[in-house]
Design a protein around this ligand. Structure first.
Ligand code: DGT
Ligand code: CA
Ligand code: CA
Ligand code: ZN
Length: 581
C-alpha cells in the first residue's frame, strides 16, 4: 500500500467517525495521522512495515498498529468494518462542491442521504433546505455541482488515463504479431479530457492480436469483440477501443482515428478537390478507371498523406480545424515546444504551505529532471486552509533559499517567490515592500469565485497592474470535471497582461490546464508570454510539466513563447516586467 492510499484511508476513517458523532479528539488524531503519513520525509510505509514508527510526532500507538497492518496486509480491518456500517455511495458525496463532513453528517443522520441520487432527491423535494446550516443558496449550489458532474460523467482527466494508455501501448508494441501501434483520438490530440482511448495496431494476424488484447490483466470487461476490433473497459471505467489494420492501411487509419472529425472532413474535401477519395483505408481515385500517381501509391506514414495533399505535416495537437490546414498549405505552422526545451519551472509548493516536499527535496527532484532552476511559490497568509505563509515565515523561507543557493552556486538555482492571493477587491495579500524582496510573484484567485464577470475581471486586472506581479496563476480557477471556470473576460485579461508585461501561467496540473489551450494563440498574438507551471505539491508533481507541454503545443506555442525555456543566464531578465510591443 502506498502512503497516499494509507493517508486516504485515515482521512476516510476521520470522516466516518465524524458522521457517527465520535469524540473530536479521536477524529483529530486520524486527520493529523493522515497529514503526517503524507508529509513524512522518509519511507513511512517501510517504517510501518518494520514496526519502526515509535517517536514520530502525530502518530500515536493506535495509529502505529493500524499503519503496520496496512503496510503488511494492504488492508485495515477496522476501516472495512466501519465502512460496512454506511452505504457504498456515501463517499461520492465528498466530491460535491459545497458539502463538507458537517453537512454530510446532517444529511445522513436526518434524511438518510447515502448517495448522490439521494442527495438530488432531497434537494429537489425541499427537505434539504430545511436542515439547519442549509438554505436555498446551498441547495442551488449542490444541485449545480451534481448537474456539472453528470454532464461530465463519461469524461476522464489526462492523469486518469495517461499511465493506462502508455502501459497498453507498450503491451501492444511488445506483441510479436504487431508491427506498429499508436494511441489515436483525443488522447493523441492532447485534449484536456477524453471520453475513451483509441488504440490502433498494424498486424497480419488481427484476430490473434484482438484475442490477446481482451485477455490482458489490465482489462476489466469486454464490451464487444470482433475480427478486427474490440471495445473493453479498464478497471477505472475507461473504455478502450482497439482496431487492427494492415501495414498499408496503418497511416490512413492513424490519420482518420486521430481526428478530429472536423479536421478529417476538411482533409477529405481537400482530397476530393484533387480527384481523390480519402478514408481510413487509403486514397482511391474518384474517377472510374483512373489510376493513382506513383507517390500516392507509396504512402508509409502520415507525413506523406499531408504531402500528397500539398500540406506540411500537421502535428496531432493542432488537428482541430482551427486554421491548421491553411497554415500548413502556406508553410507557416509553428515549430511546437517540446518537453526537452524546458530549463526550469515556477510556481511550486513546499512543506512550508500545503506541499509535501521540503525546499531541498524539491530542488533535488528538479535537478534530477535536468532542470537548471526551480521557482518556489508557497501560498500567502489568506490561504489559511493551505497553511499560507505570513510575512515573517516568507522572509524566513527567503533566507533559507539564500543559504541553499550558496550551496547550489554554479549548477542550480532556487527562485524565491510567492503565490500571493488576489483579494476580493484585487489588492494583494502582501504589501509591495515585501513583494519587491521576492525574485518573482504569481498572483492567483483562491476564494470569492462568485463575482459577476465584470467585477472578477476588474479584480484580476488590478492585480496584474501591480508592478511586482510577475505572472498570473490559474486564470479561471477551473477544476476539470469538478468545478467550472468562474466568470472572467479572458480577452480583457490578455490585453491587460500585454499592456503591463505580465506573464500568464499555463498551470500544468491535470486538474487545471488553465489558461485553456484555446486562448494561447490570442495571447501569443498580443505578445503575452506563457510560463508552464507544474504547481507541484510533491516532488513527483513536477512531472506535470508533461501535461503542460501537451496543452502548450495544442495552443500553438513554440519555445520562444514560453519563458521557462530560457536558460538560467537569461531567465532573471525575463522576470522583470516587460511591455509587449
Ligand atoms: P473523445 O470524445 O474524447 O473520444 O474524442 P475522439 O476525437 O477521440 O472521438 P472518438 O473516439 O469518437 O473517435 C476517434 C476519431 O475517429 C475521431 O477523432 C475522428 C474519427 N471519427 C470517428 N467518427 C467519425 C465520423 O463520423 N466522421 C469522421 N470524419 N471521423 C470520425
Ligand atoms: Ca476517443
Ligand atoms: Ca472511440
Ligand atoms: Zn493556486
Amino acid at each position: 500500500m502506498t502512503r497516499e492510499e494509507a493517508a486516504e484511508i485515515l482521512q476516510r476513517i476521520a470522516l466516518l467517525l465524524e458522521l457517527k458523532g465520535e469524540n473530536p479528539f479521536k477524529i483529530r488524531a486520524y486527520k493529523t495521522g493522515a497529514e503526517v503519513v503524507e508529509a513524512y520525509a522518509g519511507d513511512i510505509m517501510q517504517l510501518a512495515a518494520d514496526n519502526q514508527l515509535a517517536g514520530i510526532k502525530g502518530i500515536g500507538e493506535a495509529l502505529r498498529d493500524k499503519l503496520h497492518e496496512m503496510a503488511t496486509t494492504g488492508k485495515l480491518q477496522f476501516f472495512e468494518k466501519l465502512k460496512a456500517e454506511f452505504p457504498d455511495g456515501l463517499f461520492e458525496l465528498f466530491d460535491i462542491q459545497g458539502l463538507g463532513p458537517k453537512k454530510i453528517a446532517a444529511l445522513y443522520s436526518q434524511l438518510q442521504v447515502g448517495s448522490v441520487a439521494d442527495l438530488k432527491r432531497v434537494c429537489v423535494s425541499g427537505e434539504a433546505a430545511k436542515l439547519s446550516g442549509f438554505g436555498d443558496k446551498t441547495v442551488v449550489k449542490i444541485l449545480e455541482s451534481i448537474a456539472f458532474r453528470a454532464e461530465h460523467a463519461s469524461e476522464f482527466r489526462i492523469d486518469q488515463v495517461y499511465a493506462l494508455a502508455l502501459d497498453l501501448l507498450d503491451t501492444l508494441r511488445a506483441h510479436p504479431a504487431v508491427s506498429r501501434a499508436e494511441v489515436c483520438g483525443s488522447f493523441r490530440r492532447a485534449k484536456e479530457t477524453v471520453h475513451d482511448l483509441d488504440f490502433l495496431v498494424s498486424t497480419r494476424q488481427p484476430e490473434q492480436v484482438i484475442a490477446d488484447f481482451v485477455a490482458l490483466p489490465q482489462i476489466e470487461k469486454v464490451i464487444v469483440q470482433g475480427g478486427t476490433k474490440a471495445s473493453v473497459y479498464a478497471p477505472n471505467g475507461v473504455q478502450c477501443d482497439l482496431r487492427a489494420v494492415s501495414s498499408a492501411e496503418f497511416p490512413f487509419a492513424l490519420n482518420y482515428f486521430t481526428g478530429s472529425k472536423e479536421h478529417n472532413v476538411v482533409m477529405r474535401q481537400r482530397a476530393l478537390d484533387r480527384g481523390l477519395s480519402l478514408n481510413e483505408y487509403g486514397f482511391t481515385p474518384t474517377e472510374v478507371g483512373a489510376s493513382l500517381s506513383p507517390e500516392i501509391q507509396e504512402i508509409h506514414d502520415e507525413r506523406e498523406i499531408y504531402r500528397a495533399l500539398g500540406l506540411d505535416y500537421i502535428e496531432p495537437e493542432l488537428r482541430e480545424n482551427s486554421g491548421e490546414i491553411e497554415a500548413a498549405a502556406q508553410g507557416r505552422l509553428p515549430a511546437l515546444i517540446q518537453l526537452e526545451n524546458l530549463r526550469g519551472v515556477f510556481h511550486n509548493h513546499t512543506t512550508a504551505s500545503d506541499g509535501r516536499g521540503t525546499l531541498r527535496e524539491m530542488a533535488e527532484a528538479a535537478r534530477d529532471l535536468g532542470l537548471q532552476y526551480l521557482g518556489i511559490a508557497d501560498h500567502s497568509k489568506s490561504s489559511f486552509q493551505a497553511n499560507g505563509l505570513n510575512e515573517q515565515r516568507l522572509r524566513a523561507q527567503m533566507a533559507e533559499i539564500r543559504v541553499l543557493n550558496a550551496e547550489f552556486e554554479g549548477h542550480f538555482r532556487l527562485f524565491a517567490g510567492s503565490e500571493v492571493d488576489i483579494l476580493k477587491d484585487g489588492s494583494l495579500d502582501f504589501d509591495d515592500d515585501l513583494l519587491a524582496e521576492l525574485d518573482y510573484c504569481v498572483a492567483s484567485v483562491h476564494n470569492v469565485f462568485n463575482l459577476p464577470e465584470a467585477e472578477m475581471t476588474k479584480r484580476i486586472i488590478r492585480a496584474i497592474e501591480n508592478p511586482h506581479v510577475t505572472m498570473l496563476g490559474h486564470v479561471t480557477g477551473r477544476l476539470l470535471l469538478q468545478r467550472p471556470a468562474y466568470a472572467v473576460n479572458i480577452p480583457a485579461i490578455i490585453d491587460a497582461a500585454a499592456e503591463t508585461g505580465t506573464i500568464i501561467e499555463l498551470n500544468a496540473s491535470a486538474w487545471r490546464l488553465d489558461m485553456d489551450w484555446r486562448w494561447w494563440r490570442l495571447a501569443k498574438e498580443k505578445g503575452v508570454k506563457c510560463s508552464i507551471n507544474p504547481d507541484a505539491h510533491t516532488t513527483q508533481g513536477l512531472e506535470a510539466v508533461l501535461f503542460g507541454v501537451r496543452a502548450a503545443r495544442k495552443g500553438w506555442l513554440t519555445r520562444n513563447d514560453v519563458v521557462n525555456c530560457l536558460p538560467l543566464g537569461q531567465i532573471e531578465g525575463a522576470l522583470k516586467k516587460q511591455r509587449a510591443d
